[in-house]
Design a binder for this molecule. Structure first.
Ligand SMILES: *Cc1c(COP(=O)(O)O)cnc(C)c1O
Length: 457
């Protein structure tokens, strides 16, 4: 059996680690649609974007032709502290499922932030520092992004202001404290510190906030404070670019053992881990060099790819951010209380949206309790306590492995295990107590927000 040949964990040597990020857009025939200025409805210029984002990141955001971007030495040095992340052959899960499929997962939870978000946080903090800025602002929902950014900012000596969705701020005090360990200031959103926060509080007293609202606050503070810019942990092209390190490492590790993926699976919130994981594989597919099945997995409670529309929409509730063309449920859509906080975004990366629209990838939505069943099945054989977000990918990987069992096909399945679930134990508790619900929005509910989409062209 191949058991002797392929180790449980495939690591790369430092010398085998990626030296550049790969920009998938360079190989796309149909490029993702440009961001539009909400006032003029014209494509955002570098000049306009640089009021909000760091200059170097604006360049990365707008560049859809340069294939490789060198990873600066300072960033690769930081990566070396926690990368390469292991590519694990899930022998124990395979055995448990009695499937002929080979299952691999790329585990991104081996750092204090507990997720892949540090890969982009360190890059964004680096460019902010290089530009001579004082600090950055951002929002965080479940807290993974805020934690990753706090770590990155403290490393480079930058100030970090995090607007944390109020219900998470109250429910996840431990995440908040981790951010403060790294010196970040954490404000529950909506807050009275911003004009938009005060407006939202006046209109909706007692609201527990949303990601879209926290984004509006963070952007307001960035553009009105000297020496500050706003940074975002997902959705944007620049974030997918940084996250390509996940896919490049995965591909290098598989190549080392002559393995070829058939199916690549990832959970999709804003699309950054999936976009990063699939980047080099999708590049081969676009260039006609190889074929892969790619599956995006989203919660049934927030089904932007499977039930949204492909249209220009606002990225935030306050409607201050640029318009992005994406699969969206409408910026006013607030998903039901789902425990995979990182997947509760109304839209999807414009790059992934275009690939999906072109039929180059599939999407599937799964219900919450099924996700936690899969999470537990995985934890019991593979040992790792997975994040609820990551468990969406586990669920579909298991489904695909069971299909292989029926057909007898020996497919190679690769999925992204984006993080750990230590801060999600309240969700696990609800699951164990039978208190978790599987709310799925009705067509009528979705139609309400669809009708409010901005009319472009
Ligand atoms: C944020 C997050 C996600 C979802 O974000 P993407 O940008 O879609 O990758 C998934 N898993 C974990 C652990 C996260 O923290």
């Amino acid at each position: 059996m191949s058991k002797e040949k392929i180790p449980y964990k495939i690591y790369l040597e430092e010398s085998e680690m990626p030296k550049s990020w790969y920009n998938l857009r360079a190989d796309m025939k149909n490029k993702p649609a440009p961001l539009l200025n909400p006032a003029t409805k014209q494509p955002m210029t570098a000049h306009e974007l640089s009021a909000v984002f760091c200059d170097e990141l604006v360049k990365q955001e707008l560049d859809d032709s340069t294939r490789l971007f060198d990873i600066p030495q300072e960033i690769s040095d930081f990566y070396k502290m926690y990368r390469p992340s292991p590519l694990v052959r899930a022998y124990c899960l395979e055995e448990k499922l009695k499937t002929p499929a080979k299952i691999y997962y790329k585990f991104e939870g081996n750092n204090t932030s507990g997720s892949h978000k540090l890969n982009s946080a360190i890059a964004q903090a680096y460019y902010a520092k290089k530009q001579g800025l004082k600090g950055v602002t951002t929002e965080t929902g479940a807290g993974q992004w805020g934690t990753a950014l706090s770590m990155a900012c403290s490393y480079f000596g930058l100030d970090c202001k995090v607007f944390m969705v109020k219900c998470s701020y109250e429910q996840k005090p431990f995440r908040r404290e981790v951010m403060r360990v790294y010196g970040a200031s954490v404000t529950p959103s909506p807050s009275t510190e911003t004009a938009i926060g005060r407006k939202i509080l006046a209109e909706h007293p007692g609201t527990t906030g949303s990601l879209g609202c926290a984004i509006s606050e963070a952007v307001e503070v960035a553009v009105s404070s000297e020496g500050y810019r706003y940074v975002l942990g997902s959705v944007l092209n620049q974030v997918l670019l940084h996250q390509s390190v996940i896919g490049l490492e995965t591909k290098a590790a598989l190549d080392k053992y002559g393995e070829k993926a058939d199916i690549i699976i990832g959970c999709a919130g804003g699309g950054s881990n999936l976009g990063g994981l699939i980047a080099p594989f999708m590049g081969e597919k676009l260039r006609g060099e190889a074929d892969y099945r790619v599956i995006a997995v989203e919660p049934a409670s927030c089904p932007s790819l499977t039930r949204g529309v492909y249209a220009y929409d606002f990225c935030d509730t306050g409607m201050v951010c640029p318009l992005a063309k994406m699969y969206t449920l409408g910026s006013g859509f607030i998903p039901s209380a789902n425990h995979a906080g990182g997947l509760r975004y109304h839209g999807m990366s414009s790059t992934l949206s275009q690939l999906y629209d072109d039929g180059l990838m599939e999407a599937r939505s799964v219900e919450q309790t099924k996700v936690f069943e899969a999470a537990e099945q995985f934890a019991r054989v593979e040992g790792i306590l997975p994040a609820p977000e990551s468990s969406h990918a586990i669920k579909v990987a298991i489904d695909e492995a069971l299909k292989c069992k029926e057909t007898g096909e020996e497919k190679t399945i690769v999925f992204g295990l984006t993080g750990t679930g230590y801060f999600d134990l309240v969700a696990y508790e609800k699951f164990h107590n039978g208190e978790m619900n599987d709310y799925i929005p009705t067509d009528e509910e979705l139609a309400v927000y669809r009708e409010k989409l901005p009319k472009i062209g």
